[in-house]
Design a protein around this ligand. Structure first.
Ligand code: GLN
Length: 541
């Protein structure tokens, strides 16, 4: 294609309508037609990135190969498209202002008053076009966070308006995602919130080309007609987005509603290739027709907000489908676990995952959970802090180092089996300063990790300040906990596993960030397999 096509997705009426899933589904359909496509997210908050946000505020912080700490929607983009994203795929108001202010200090605008329009909007547009200008993509989908009408998203919406003119009608599509609520008392679907939301977009100078309407039930023709009339869109561009059983149904639902076709027609792309989505359908078939089921506990301290562990939950869905096994996840607050209730909480589980996290809260509960699954031979998967807790537990209860700890929790620990990384010791700033992004890891032949990956060299993503303290490695390995994965350049321990256990694996990195629909993560796949074996074994016993 001659030039990159730009699709902008805005939202109205309320947040949490699933702009990320709609964007990813549309991208999937376009990709399935043989085009190259990427998605980027523009967030209106002032933080430079979500790395400094508490997961309760904004859900999981998703990390890319190039070490960017980003919005969790980028996880959806990768899981759907099966291609990596990068720093350029997530931009916040904070970053835009930071760039403009840095330029101002360098004298780039010398003599001029620096203003929201044009300086901030110019910077936003520069970021809009950045990925398109690489020449790698036929389509760039841009999701604007928040709702139209929010004070904070105004400069983004204004930049979309300007982009519309710069790009011209054949290179620009505006999609507006809204809610069509059902009022039970009236027994009706209501269009007024959408009318108001579109009016707000129009006030900002943007006529949406396509409306995607989230709704609990099908949109009847009279409602579509009404929306078309009041919002100036053709009736075939009023797209129904009914609540789906799983987010992975949405690409097929959007195909049925012809969202991709409407987009291509608006862009005057006539030689349309048909989408090939057989492998996606294959995945859905397995997901919906499991022949087995297992119970997995997810032990973490942010469990009240499921979004805090988004990628882990999705990885279980991918790995469950790969095994044709339904994964029943039980979310357990680590603070609530102690010696008196651990058997009741975990006794029925076929596998336990101890989640990543920061700080002291809930640590002892995690360690108690690890002890229980180690002793009771329940499959265990520890991720980042989960792996660190497994190391502390082993040191305390197997090596007899009762005061073993991580210096994150106890700076004075006499046995710091988890310690701050050397290159982290002089860092005081909090944003973007952890060990971040993809690093190579070498796997030990014959280990469980090796048999899962079937490769000796892998790349996985990191986000942490602390590490396994190599001073203790010999002691650990002698007692049966081995380092089955190590960074070949720094010798940092990246994976630990127990020899004398059906499946006990901890990773310093975050495998969940690389699991996709078409490439379920091998460690999650093997963990679910181990849980299925444990269940079978239990029945036989
Ligand atoms: N708090 C731990 C560290 O910084 C673990 C981080 C994590 O689980 N992502 O090393």
């Amino acid at each position: 294609m001659a030039s990159t096509k730009y699709i902008f997705v805005t939202g109205g009426v309320t947040s949490s309508l699933g702009k990320g899933i709609i964007s990813a589904s549309l991208a999937k359909l376009i990709q399935a037609r043989g085009y190259s496509v990427t998605i980027q997210k523009f967030d209106p908050y002032i933080n430079i990135d979500p790395g400094t946000l508490n997961p309760y505020e904004h859900g999981e912080c998703y990390v890319t190969d190039d070490g960017a700490e980003t919005d969790l929607d980028l996880g959806h983009y990768e899981r759907f498209l099966n291609i990596p994203t990068s720093q350029a795929n997530n931009v916040t108001t904070g970053r835009i202002y930071y760039n403009v202010i840095t330029k101002e200090r360098q004298g780039e605008f010398l003599g001029k008053t620096v203003q929201v329009v044009p300086h901030i909007t110019d910077e936003i547009k520069k970021s809009f076009y950045k990925l398109g200008e690489t020449g790698e993509y036929d389509f760039v989908i841009t999701e604007i966070g928040g709702c139209v009408g929010d004070i904070e998203s105004l400069p983004f919406v204004e930049a979309v308006r300007q982009a519309r003119f710069e790009l011209g009608p054949n290179n620009f599509v505006s999609i507006h995602l809204t809610l069509v609520p059902y009022l039970a008392a009236a027994g009706e679907l209501k269009t007024k919130p959408t009318q108001h939301s579109v009016k707000q977009l129009l006030e900002a100078g943007i006529q949406p080309d396509i409306l995607v309407c989230r709704s609990e039930m099908p949109l009847p023709n009279d409602i579509r007609k009404k929306l078309a009339l009041f919002c100036n869109v053709p009736m075939n561009s009023v797209i129904e987005a009914k609540d789906a059983e799983t987010i992975y149904d949405v690409p097929l639902l959007m195909r049925k509603e012809k969202l991709d076709e409407r987009v291509l027609s608006k862009l005057k792309i006539s030689h349309k290739k048909e989408p090939i989505i057989d492998n996606w359908k294959g995945f859905l078939g397995k997901l919906k027709n499991p022949t087995n089921d297992v119970k997995i506990a997810l032990v973490g301290k942010y469990v009240e907000l499921k979004d805090a562990y988004k990628s882990i939950a999705e990885s279980f869905i991918h790995a469950g489908a790969a095994n044709e096994c339904k994964v029943h996840l039980t979310w357990i607050q680590s603070e609530e676990i102690d010696e008196t209730n651990v058997d009741k909480l975990l006794g029925e589980m076929n596998g336990v995952l101890v989640a990543p996290g920061f700080g002291e809260r809930g640590i002892e509960g995690k360690i108690t959970a690890v002890k229980y699954v180690r002793e009771n031979k329940i499959p265990f998967f520890g991720i980042c802090l989960g792996m660190q807790c497994a190391s502390i537990e082993f040191a305390r209860n197997v090596l007899g180092l009762e005061d073993a700890c991580s210096t994150e929790i106890d700076t004075e620990s006499p046995n710091p089996v988890i310690d701050m990384m050397e290159d982290q010791k002089n860092i005081t700033a909090m944003g973007g300063t952890m060990r971040l992004g993809a690093y190579t890891c070498e796997l030990a032949k014959g280990s469980k990790a090796y048999s899962a990956y079937n490769h000796s060299k892998i790349q996985e993503r990191h986000r942490h300040r602390y590490e396994f303290n190599n001073k203790y490695l010999e002691q650990f390995e002698k007692a049966g906990m081995i380092a089955s994965g190590k960074n070949p350049d720094t010798n940092l321990v990246e994976i630990i596993e127990l020899k004398d256990h059906p499946w006990f694996v901890g990773t310093q990195y975050h495998p969940e960030l690389k699991s996709t629909v078409l490439n379920p993560h091998p460690l999650f796949v093997k963990f679910i397999k181990a849980a299925m074996d444990q269940k079978k074994q239990k029945v036989n016993d």
